[in-house]
Design a protein around this ligand. Structure first.
Ligand SMILES: [Mn+2]
Length: 431
């Protein structure tokens, strides 16, 4: 007898993987442990006959010739104890899993860290052109969505997204699916949101209305990003930063959302070691002290931060500069020769402006012997070296300029460009 088994508290990814196993290995018996998740239970109450699932308890381990394990690699998680394992000597084992390594030694393994286990098995199904019914496609997509949070969890890979596309092509029913998947915003999320609203506070910082809130929790709650989103909408603020601290845990999770382009929360989370996008970001910080984390966030927003990386780390120097009376033609040749897109204009050590390639668009051909001072930009183009890359980026966006001159005690010491700051934010800094 050949069976396919999976982990206790079976979720949709596990159930989908068991059923996918029956397609990949025809004639094998799909088996479930006694305890399955409530949403899977609800799904099975309607679909049980379709899949003809057996209970693990009804299987005589001694009858097994081959065991296929999916979505786990731990004996304990399947519910097979050491007594039963004694009867499994010489048993052929096949393993499909997307978790870190466990204690099951298989004869054949496909284990990759990917969003959902069903994605791995779909690879095989696609390769062998195995036909999927709409019920299969719907169940598989439920598994994929559950384990990837609808393709939003950081563990999601491109292959998970392609697999979702494949399942929708094969007529996965999104209406049925949404009925069975646990709603992202449920009772526990509502409880957290209510607590947050009771303690809600708003602050004005740098012209933005924001809320930075510490939320202490008794237990782990999933999908807090949705809660933060709702919190920001209800308070009608520009951005929200929520520091979640679970009792007894030695770390804090910060989840942030922003409504305004000028306040890029992804950059702020990035400077704290996390990541994100302009509108959404998060970071996990090893700290027992949420107040210190809150303080750090506020410093990053105001720009008065102790960022580990400052403008002085990213700037280039020495600075090539030109004098205000130099001819546009000569400056053009200098920019070409040095390969820069702009240089400061300095007279007797005093910074007067910046001339960039963009300024040459305004110059007619016959004016190329005019002095630089006639065309240079006089916008607010300086920054001090101890400032953060975020502030530099923000200033460049605000004044629509591609570079800032780094000035320390009225002396020009470097130049930082848009691409310098981008290099930093996209982790392209050479180590
Ligand atoms: Mn899984």
């Amino acid at each position: 007898m050949e069976i396919i088994a999976t982990h206790k508290s079976t979720d949709f990814d596990a159930l989908a993987s068991v059923i996918a196993g029956t397609l990949i290995y025809p004639g094998t018996v799909p088996v479930l442990p006694k305890a399955v998740n409530p949403n899977v239970k609800a799904f099975l109450s309607i679909h049980k006959d379709v899949f003809d699932l057996k209970d693990l308890e009804s299987i005589n381990i001694e009858d097994l010739t081959r065991l296929i394990v999916v979505d786990t690699n731990s004996w304990e998680r399947i519910g097979i104890d050491s007594e039963q394992k004694k009867h499994m000597n010489g048993l052929k084992i096949i393993l499909w899993d997307h978790h870190p390594e466990g204690d099951i030694q298989a004869d054949w393994t496909c284990r990759e860290e990917i969003g959902a286990n069903i994605t791995l098995m779909l690879r095989e199904i696609k390769k062998n052109n195995i036909e999927l019914s709409p019920i299969h496609a719907t169940l598989f997509l439920a598994g994929l969505y559950e384990d990837t949070g609808g393709l939003t969890f950081p563990s999601t890979t491109a292959e998970d997204a392609y697999a979702a596309g494949y399942l929708i092509e094969n007529k996965a029913d999104l209406t049925i699916l949404s009925k069975f998947l646990r709603p992202a915003y449920g009772e526990r999320q509502k409880e957290v949101l209510f607590t947050m609203l009771q303690n809600a506070k708003r602050t004005k910082v740098k012209g933005f209305t924001i809320s930075c809130l510490i939320v202490e929790m008794d237990k782990h709650v999933r999908n807090l990003a949705i809660v933060v989103q709702k919190y920001m909408e209800i308070l009608n603020i520009d951005a929200a930063f929520c520091v979640f601290k679970q009792k007894g845990s030695d770390r804090c999770t910060v989840i942030s959302r922003s409504n305004v382009e000028e306040l890029d929360v992804g950059l702020i989370m990035k400077s704290m070691g996390g990541g994100g996008h302009p509108g959404a970001g998060s970071v996990m910080i090893k700290s027992k002290n949420p107040e210190a984390v809150e303080e750090w966030i506020m410093e990053l927003i105001t720009g008065n931060q102790r960022s580990s990386v400052t403008v002085s780390d990213l700037m280039s120097f020495p600075v090539i500069s030109v004098k205000p009376d130099e001819k546009m033609m000569d400056v053009m040749l200098l920019l070409r020769e040095k390969g820069c897109t702009g240089v400061p204009v300095i007279d007797n050590g005093k910074l007067l402006g910046v001339i960039s390639i963009r300024d040459f668009k305004k110059v007619r051909k016959n004016k190329m012997d005019a002095p630089v001072k006639a065309f240079m930009s006089r916008k607010n183009f300086t920054i001090t070296p101890e400032r953060s890359p975020i502030e530099a980026a923000r200033k460049m966006v605000k004044y629509d300029i591609g570079r800032l001159i780094v000035v320390d005690n009225d002396e020009v010491i470097g130049i930082i460009t848009r691409s310098d700051t981008m290099t930093y934010f996209y982790d392209l800094l050479p180590d």
